[in-house]
Ligand binder design. Sequence first.
Ligand SMILES: Cc1ncc(COP(=O)(O)O)c(C=O)c1O
Length: 388
Amino acid sequence: MPHLASSVERVPHSRIRELAEIAMAMDGVLRLYFGESNLPTPDFIKRAAARALSDGYTFYTENAGLPSLRRAIAAKYAELHGVDLDPGTEIVVTASGVQALNVAIRAVLDPGDEALVLTPAWPNGSSNVAMANAMVRQIPHPLCGDRYVIDFDALAAAITPRTRLLLYTSPSNPLGWVATDQEQQDLLDFARRHDLWLMADEVYDRLYYAGDRLGAPVPSILRKATRADAVIVVQSFSKTYCMTGWRVGWLIARRDLAQKATQLNEFIISHAPSFAQKAAETALAEGEAELLCMLQRLKQNRDLCLDALRSMPGVTVPAPDGAFYLFPKIDGLTDSFGFCRNLLEESKVGLAPGVAFGAGGEGSVRICYAAGREILEPAMERLARFLR
Ligand SMILES: Cc1ncc(COP(=O)(O)O)c(C=O)c1O
């Protein structure tokens, strides 16, 4: 009997999804397992999509996305980061952040190649490496005092002649960790020294609480890279503009990669939906005020959950600077999936098990705090009771 390709058989299930599937069959669950805001897409973006539909954005677009959207992305980088990008050759609009990851990974890895992935991390990066018939080496972030750091010795020890790619996520899902200026420079130097592609997943760059003002972005790696560097930035409209269901993202990369990703897009998805691209343009142009409101709310939520978690015995949780997750470590926990399933069944609180995020994740759980206080407050109370 014909069987499935061994490369796809090797791709593990998402353990976040596994937990979520149990939770979705239950009523009355306080759902904090998925990585999305409970807020709907702002009305001005929805209206822009409706306008785009009636203006005729129902046809195919360029494989790299609408030129007007690429120009808007370039203008945003100039405004936020002082970085000059060529919208014609260095920016590719994709049908989501995960599609940007997929096409970029396909463009740089051959079967048998190896990728270093800093973990705990959203599992899709590692799974995409596996789907490209390549090997993942996960390098956990050690916790040093109250901050996660990068283990450059472990990275160097994991290099082999087949290593081609280093993937990191800042702000991190699930840690909320944000790479410092020095860490970004060290990552870039490391990638240059070892001839690696450096892929920075920056989809949470606008959800940042440690800037000089709320709304300031995490500085992009593009501020440090030159045009000739083998750097790829993965981006998305999902988190900043509450557009998870729209499936629009982008990537920024050295010209040869951007060109190849554009060509491959034709065979994968052709392009992101035309009217959604047009609405994304409006999100970039008019989204700052709504973003600021969301950030104020997220910061309060983060602090509320941090205070609650820190009063629970046996729980350690560093204060995260970005994204919308907390990743508390629970003393003595060796089966985070079992813990989350029991918590769900006994207390109706749905969290994501740390084991879902790869090396360094077991022993912790992920809480997405982009929810209403009417959910977060009882969820924290029930978690405290369950731990007792
Ligand atoms: C770290 C990270 N990168 C990329 C994405 C992709 O987002 P999307 O595919 O919705 O654009 C996510 C979504 O959860 C994420 O957490």
